[in-house]
Design a protein around this ligand. Sequence first.
Ligand code: 7TS
Length: 404
Amino acid sequence: MMDVQKIRDDFPILTQQVNGKPLVYFDNAATSQKPQIVISALDKYYKEINANVHRGVHTLSQLATDAYELTRNKIQHYFNAQHNYEIIFTRGTTESINLVASSFTSILNEEDEIIISHLEHHSNIVPWQFLCERTGAKLRVIPINEKGELLLSEYEKLLNNKTKIVAVSHVSNTLGTINPIKEIIDKAHRFNAAVLIDGAQAAPHIQADFQALDCDFYCMSAHKMYGPTGIGFLYGKEAWLRKLKPYHGGGEMIKLVTFKKTTYADLPHKFEAGTPNIAAGVAFGTAIDYITKIGIKNIATYEDTLLKYATEKLEQIDGLKIYGTAEKKASVISFNVKNIHPFDIGSIVDKLGIAVRTGHHCTQPIMQFFNIPGTVRASFSFYNTKEEIDVFVAALQKAVAMLQ
Ligand code: 7TS
């Protein structure tokens, strides 16, 4: 069992007051809070080893390179990638998806099809639309049911020999649905389609095993798993990464530059042009150590108790409707109360120290499906407590009484 009080002590921000009230942070799906050791890793990096990576012979440059590359190895082991050079550092999930979508330009033509799902975050929709505009390929969308689950029978109908890539989220950021990605991957592979998994929301709750999943690409943002902003990665199978053209051109990603022709560096540097966010990369490694110490299974089990507790409490509020009731669900609850605008609820509970997200959560097609302008979204992490849920429910009742 986890000692939640002890864990809370690791996160300095949680002791803050916001608007004169103790902070209740329920916006973890947007970004998670950072433990002190991650904050200290950033500080230590800048104080003791700051230098540019992969270029200097001098001692600090080598120390910085070692620290940064250590994180690549930690990611490889944590997610069970076959090689460390299959991990490409990016700014996060958005950049990772754009990288793949951009690099697929030379592979696709107007006969080809791309499959995404109705559950996707805009960052797993728009880059594919760009790709369709560039190549003439067609975008196909896996529909969902009222619970917010993918209709796999419809997915099977969409798959065919023209399907070149399937891009779906592991976990929905708005509805919490945990998608059956292994099944999705295996079905796509029968048609030789590549599969990209948007793991932004899965990373804090589920330890993906890249080799067992057999995914071709997996995308992640460190800031959602207790690491810093501005760093994340793209996992790609070696064969794919060798086949794809580089995304950004510049320093670091070349072997030889002449005005006539440039040859590219080996993996992973081929996709890593320019000076990266070194400090964040180093501290991301510390975040992985931290999660490993606590245990992702312990985290998920505890968050599930919070999800069940909050769902029960919220369902008791008159006129409250939860969107996203999938059988397999992460600790995210989207809801509305009667016809009250989610923004009004969010603003009132904020005055009471509670941070929730309101709006479309960068998933406008989900809002169109339910025919709503947005939702209030509470997303829980392993440093949250049942007591905080009680505070939230009381605040919500107050808000509803004021607004209806
Ligand atoms: N994919 C999913 C499923 C996400 O939830 C997010 C961010 C992204 C991609 C993009 O990640 P980024 O780190 O590159 O921005 N989701 C949210 C959210 O739900 N609220 O704020 C950001």
